[in-house]
Design a protein around this ligand. Structure first.
Ligand code: LER
Ligand code: MN
Length: 271
C-alpha cells in the first residue's frame, strides 16, 4: 500500500480538500513526511505544462498515482452525463486529454468524480449518457495504459451515483472503468463504511481518505486500524490518497494523516 495526497494545480478557485501551495514547497513537504506520491488535481488538461511537471515530480522521486478532474466541472461546467450534446462532447475531449496527461506522467488512473455531472431531473437518462461517455473513454484509456475510476459521491455534491452499488452497476457496463472509494462519501451514503470496504474494495483501484469530519485521518471518529486491516486483508496494494480539509495547515494535516495511516499499515499483506 502506498500513500499520496491531493495537490491542486489551481490558483483562482479556493480548494479546501487538497494542498494549495507552491508546487516545489508541497513536493518537498510530501517527501519529508514520507509520502510516495502526489495526486494531481488539474482544472484544464489542455493548459497544463506536462514536461516541467514531470521533471519536478521525478526530481522529488514521487509518483503520480492519479489525476483528479472535478475542477473541470466546477470551473468550466463540462459534464460527462450532460444532456447538452456539445457540453458532453467538450467533457469527453477534456477527459481524453486528461488520459494523455496521465500517460505522460506515468500515472495509471484518471478519476471520474464531480465531472460526471448531475441527473438534471432524469437519472436514468443521465446514467445512460454517462455510460456512453465512459465507453469511449474506457477504450481510449486502455490503449494508453490508463484506467478510469468512478467515485460514488454524497448527495450534497451530486444526485448522480451516490451509492457504491450504483457505481458498480455502471462499471459493469463498460471496460476499463473501476471504482474509487472515498471514506468521506461512504460515511454519508452507506450504512457501514467498514463493510463496504470489505465487500467492494476489490473493485477499487484508488482510495481517498478523510476522517468523519473530513479532516485528516486521525482527527475524527473513523477507526483507521480497522480500515487498514480490511485493506490489508483484501490485498489492496494501490494508493491511499489523502483528500481532506488541510487544517490547521496542510503540513500538519499531512503529518497527522500519514502517522495515523502508517502506524496501522505495517505488517499488512500487500503493504
Ligand atoms: C469531492 O468531494 C471528491 O471527493 C472528489 O474526489 C471528487 O472529484
Ligand atoms: Mn474523493
Amino acid at each position: 500500500m502506498k500513500f499520496s495526497a491531493v495537490y491542486a494545480l489551481e490558483k483562482d478557485i479556493p480548494f479546501r480538500v487538497g494542498i494549495q501551495a507552491p508546487l516545489r514547497e508541497a513536493l518537498t513537504t510530501l517527501v519529508e513526511l514520507g509520502y510516495d506520491g502526489v495526486e494531481l488535481h488539474i482544472p484544464n488538461p489542455f493548459e497544463v505544462e506536462v514536461h516541467p511537471l514531470k521533471r519536478s515530480v521525478n526530481e522529488f522521486g514521487l509518483e503520480v498515482p492519479a489525476i483528479s478532474t472535478g475542477l473541470s466541472y466546477i470551473k468550466y461546467g463540462y459534464s460527462l452525463s450532460s444532456g447538452d450534446e456539445s457540453n458532453r462532447l467538450a467533457a469527453t475531449e477534456f477527459f481524453k486529454k486528461y488520459i494523455e496527461v496521465a500517460h505522460h506522467l506515468d500515472s495509471r488512473i484518471v478519476i471520474v468524480g464531480t465531472a460526471r455531472g448531475r441527473c438534471s431531473g432524469d437519472c436514468n437518462s443521465a446514467k445512460s449518457r454517462l455510460v456512453n461517455s465512459l465507453k469511449i473513454l474506457g477504450i481510449y484509456g486502455r490503449d494508453m495504459g490508463v484506467q478510469l475510476v468512478l467515485e460514488p459521491m454524497n448527495r450534497r455534491e451530486t444526485d448522480l451515483i451516490n451509492r457504491v452499488s450504483e457505481a458498480i452497476d455502471i462499471i459493469k457496463q463498460v471496460d476499463n472503468v473501476w471504482l474509487l472509494l472515498d471514506t468521506y462519501h461512504l460515511l454519508i451514503e452507506e450504512e457501514d463504511v467498514y463493510e463496504v470496504l470489505q465487500n467492494y474494495g476489490m473493485y477499487a483501484r484508488h482510495i481517498h481518505v478523510a476522517d468523519s469530519n473530513r479532516l485528516a485521518p486521525g482527527l475524527g471518529e473513523l477507526r483507521w486500524d480497522t480500515i487498514l486491516m480490511i485493506l490489508g486483508s483484501i490485498g489492496y496494494n494501490k494508493y491511499v490518497s489523502i483528500e481532506a480539509l488541510m487544517e490547521p495547515n496542510y503540513r500538519m494535516a499531512l503529518e497527522i494523516a500519514i502517522k495515523s495511516l502508517k502506524i496501522h499499515s505495517k505488517n499488512l499483506r500487500g503493504a
